[in-house]
Design a protein around this ligand. Structure first.
Ligand SMILES: [Zn+2]
Length: 436
């Protein structure tokens, strides 16, 4: 629990400066440790809480203390489809010519630059982007690149993976990613949280300063070092004063899903937004776009401004009714859901490969990319929702929702959810007298 005055001061200074763009802190605490740790945290929500929480975490984790003293930062990224060496290293925060040329030329790093989509890469850098360590899990082989003075070493060996449960709690001051970066929550985990709550929250439009969140998730470790993130186990999100909870639960004989603490399936028939939330789209405010469409005809949909090429998702399970060019809509996809509902997505630059009339889609499936085809002055998705061919506000229509917990699994669920409920309460700063 001992934090030197100097370390504390330097951390607070870092937290207060605008220059900690990639400043992240290793929040690597075992489950029980966190519960204890946050039991003594103050519970008022103020600007200072997040700092207190962060400082508190440092005090309790030797690994985190060491990392912050040396002022290095970990970033984890999943390799994306169409990734280049440059885009991957940029997302990892590596701005280091020597490291880049080493990685490009050394035979040992060849497996990394096969750029297999979905694989996780993590990098430890200094504040100014110098590479300290890079880890890449290639199947069961762990490749590690470490800085050695002015040069680098690369090693490959069999990984011995161990799963730990990690938690983090934060408050949004500028953006969701700024908050999760500060807590060193990998993007893969942040985006799982976004997915979980996206039938209730449009993460482009609904977030507000002082919204807060708590997360419990798995991290895979190899000999004490984090290698990649795993599944989000439970989450709480306080959005504009309204609290949402989700707990992952898989009955012994079934597929898993996320449920509220009282056992309702969190998934609803329609997503709040057809736009995929990502670092690229998170900076766009969808509410301020006024296209000429509004003059072209009575505006019957919702416009979501986004950069060209951003991914558009099906807001519900359904079947493709139309995919092609249609007047002012440009490239448009119309989906039919449960026979009487349809959704429409206009102005696309292109369609996802599987999208053609009659194709089945699932909620969240990629159906096309943001563009400006048809009658529009800027890239955006024009989204419509119709019931029996009449335009309606999707939020005001009652639609069937996904399945609740089966009665025979209710008790198993309650047992699984109880510790998560306690952790969420503790992460909020509430001390529970019942916690052992
Ligand atoms: Zn529109």
């Amino acid at each position: 629990m001992i934090v030197t005055q100097n370390l504390l001061r330097s951390l607070l200074r870092r937290l207060q400066t605008a220059s900690f763009r990639r400043w992240t802190l290793a929040l690597v605490l075992p489950f029980a440790g966190v519960v204890t740790a946050f039991g003594i945290a103050p519970d008022t929500i103020t600007e200072r809480i997040e700092q207190n929480r962060v400082v508190e975490n440092i005090a309790l984790s030797p690994a985190a203390s060491a990392a912050s003293a040396a002022q290095t930062f970990w970033r984890e990224e999943r390799i994306q489809r169409g990734e280049t060496q440059a885009s991957l290293l940029a997302r990892l925060g590596v701005e280091d010519d020597a490291a880049v040329s080493y990685l490009r030329t050394t035979r040992d790093a060849r497996s990394l630059f096969q750029l297999v989509p979905g694989r996780a890469v993590s990098a430890e850098t200094t504040a100014d982007g110098q590479l300290v360590t890079l880890r890449y899990l290639n199947g069961n082989t762990l490749m590690t690149v470490t800085r050695d003075g002015e040069s680098f070493n690369a090693t490959e060996r069999a990984a011995s993976l161990e799963t730990r449960v990690v938690s983090a709690a934060g408050e949004i001051r500028s953006s969701l990613f700024a908050a999760t970066d500060r807590l060193n929550v990998p993007d893969a985990v942040t985006l799982q949280m976004v997915d979980v709550f996206s039938t209730d929250i449009d993460f482009h439009k609904d977030l507000r300063k002082n919204d807060s969140f708590s997360l419990v998730y798995e991290m895979l470790y190899d000999r004490g070092e984090p290698v990649r993130s795993g599944r989000l186990l439970s989450a709480e999100f306080v959005n504009q004063g309204k609290t949402l909870n989700a707990v992952w639960f898989a009955a012994s004989n079934g597929e898993g899903s996320y449920y509220t603490l009282d056992g309702k399936n969190i998934r609803k028939a329609f997503l709040r937004s057809p736009l995929e939330f990502s670092r690229i789209t998170s900076g766009f405010s969808g509410g301020r776009y006024h296209p000429i469409l509004q003059a072209w005809r009575a505006h019957t949909g919702v416009d979501f401004a986004a950069p060209m090429g951003a991914r558009i998702k099906a807001t519900a399970d359904g079947v493709v009714d139309f995919a092609g060019v249609q007047g002012g809509y440009g490239n448009v996809v119309i989906l039919r859901h449960q026979s009487k509902f349809t959704t429409l997505y206009a102005h696309m630059s292109g369609f996802a490969p599987a999208i053609r009339k009659g194709a089945k889609v699932q909620q969240g499936d990629f159906i096309g990319s943001v563009g400006m085809t048809g009658l529009t002055t800027g890239p955006h998705v024009h989204y419509e929702f119709r019931v029996d061919n009449v335009h309606r506000d999707p939020l005001s229509v009652a639609v069937p929702v996904a399945f609740p917990i089966a009665p025979e699994h209710k008790q198993q669920f309650q047992q699984a959810a109880a510790p998560h409920a306690r952790t969420m309460a503790t992460l909020r700063g509430t001390t529970l007298s019942t916690f052992e």
